[in-house]
Design a protein around this ligand. Structure first.
Ligand SMILES: *Cc1c(COP(=O)(O)O)cnc(C)c1O
Length: 417
């Protein structure tokens, strides 16, 4: 008897996300000489297109062969010295891990405890920065999208807090589960170090990390005394200047990145953000209106458009929902991590995704909840999501062209027929 499960695994963890077929095909390449005269075409084109995704013209982008965690480390060690004071806040597993890293690297971290389900506490940041008259704080950390709780923070607001305090600290932002899915503006928001990774909104396997670095952060590098070697930006700057890397680059990943950047360019960032909001709203309709359950995110201003963390009712274990979904329906949902282990399950809704595929995840989560005895109304999540999606537009409204106005005026029904 075979053990093969027919059909497709429904991958709905919030990273790694589904890799588009085009990207998979682009990665199937023969190895080549990364010191050839042709190689810089590839490296310079992906580096320059990544700038558009980070929305920076003034900053410089770096690519490392590591998961996102590597770029966290690169951001800290290239710009800080041991004992430097770092302001951070903890409202989820990824906040916690970055804080833990900063402590282990020998920085003096003031980590504010924030309830999981909320985001960066702007008023507390502003107070602390204002009180720091001697500018002892060198780094301010913020997680744009906390993947463990489904919370998005106001990064423009963090910049406003820094400016209100006239504080010169560098601003470090984790954009691993937001870049290319939720609007992020490195230059406009005065972000000095923007950390990201390949396996979420950029629709690639894990294996590349990205770091956007402002001119101010590049200047800070010169006096930063933390030990660094593999992640030393100085080596990278030297090699990148002629289109090469200081060590062997992950070639297939770079070809995959080239293709994912093409896909992003074709859809357009504005349309991509709109689609993620549209998809997320359908999931939130299923959770709150259909199932009558609660999100971990405590208020709409924190709602994440890339991942929803759904609290299971008292007396049930979120891990049980995930296990049944996986074994019975071949659906992979995200687990509750650390403090919220067992209390929730997560649906990732980012990357290469549309409403009908997402409907499969909603249906599967609903079936798994029913299977373990959670009293949601059968069909209620699917019904609420379908109502939302049928009545909203997945594509942003454009000013219609002359031609479209003509067709709209002269058609009796849908112009698609
Ligand atoms: C996925 C993720 C990371 C990085 O994790 P890696 O496994 O090292 O790629 C960092 N921060 C956030 C918010 C994430 O979602």
């Amino acid at each position: 008897m075979g053990t093969r499960i027919p059909g497709r695994n429904f991958l709905f963890v919030p990273g790694p996300t589904n890799v588009p077929d085009r990207v998979q095909r682009a990665m199937m390449v023969a190895m080549e000489d990364h010191r050839s005269s042709r190689f810089p075409e590839l490296s310079t084109s992906v580096l320059s297109d990544l700038k558009k995704v980070f929305k920076t013209t003034a900053g410089q982008i770096f690519i490392f062969p590591s998961s996102g965690t590597g770029a966290w480390e690169a951001a800290l060690t290239n710009t800080l010295s041991p004992g430097d004071k770092v302001l951070a806040c903890n409202f989820g597993q990824f906040c916690y891990l970055w804080i833990d890293m900063a402590q282990r690297m020998g920085y003096d971290v003031e980590a504010l405890d924030v309830e999981w389900g909320e985001g960066v506490p702007l008023d507390r940041y502003e107070q602390i920065l204002k009180a720091d008259k001697q500018h002892k704080i060198k780094a301010v950390l913020a997680c744009h999208n906390e993947t463990s709780t489904g919370v998005t923070s106001d990064i423009a607001g963090v910049r406003t807090a820094l400016d209100a305090a006239k504080h010169p600290a560098l601003l470090y932002v984790d954009t691993v589960s937001s870049l290319g899915s939720i609007d992020f503006r490195m230059d406009d928001w005065g972000v000095d170090l923007a950390v990201s990774g390949s396996q979420k909104g950029l629709m690639l396997p894990a294996g590349l990390s990205f770091l956007g670095v402002s001119q101010k952060a590049l200047a800070a590098m010169k006096s930063a005394k933390s030990k660094r070697c593999y992640f030393d930006l100085a080596d990278m700057i030297k090699a990148n200047a002629s289109g090469y890397f200081p060590y062997t680059p992950a070639l297939p990943m770079l070809y995959g990145l080239r293709e994912s950047l093409n896909i992003i360019e074709e859809e357009g960032l504005q349309s991509i953000f709109h689609r993620h909001t549209y998809l997320a709203q359908g999931v939130r309709a299923a959770v709150t209106e259909g199932w009558k359950l609660k999100l971990c995110a405590k208020a709409p201003k924190w709602y994440s458009d890339t991942v929803s963390a759904i609290l299971v009712p008292e007396g049930f274990n979120g891990a049980h929902v995930i296990d049944v979904a996986f074994r019975r329906y071949n659906l992979a949902l995200g687990a509750g991590l650390s403090k919220v282990a067992g209390k929730l399950f997560r649906i990732g809704h980012l990357g290469d995704l549309d409403d009908l595929r997402l409907m499969g995840a909603i249906a599967g989560a609903e079936m798994a909840m029913l299977d373990i005895g959670i009293k949601v109304t059968p069909g209620s999540g699917v019904g609420a999501a379908s109502t939302y999606w049928r009545t909203h537009d997945p594509i942003p409204k454009r000013k219609s062209s002359k031609e479209e106005q003509f067709y709209t005026a002269h058609s009796t029904g849908s112009i698609q027929g």
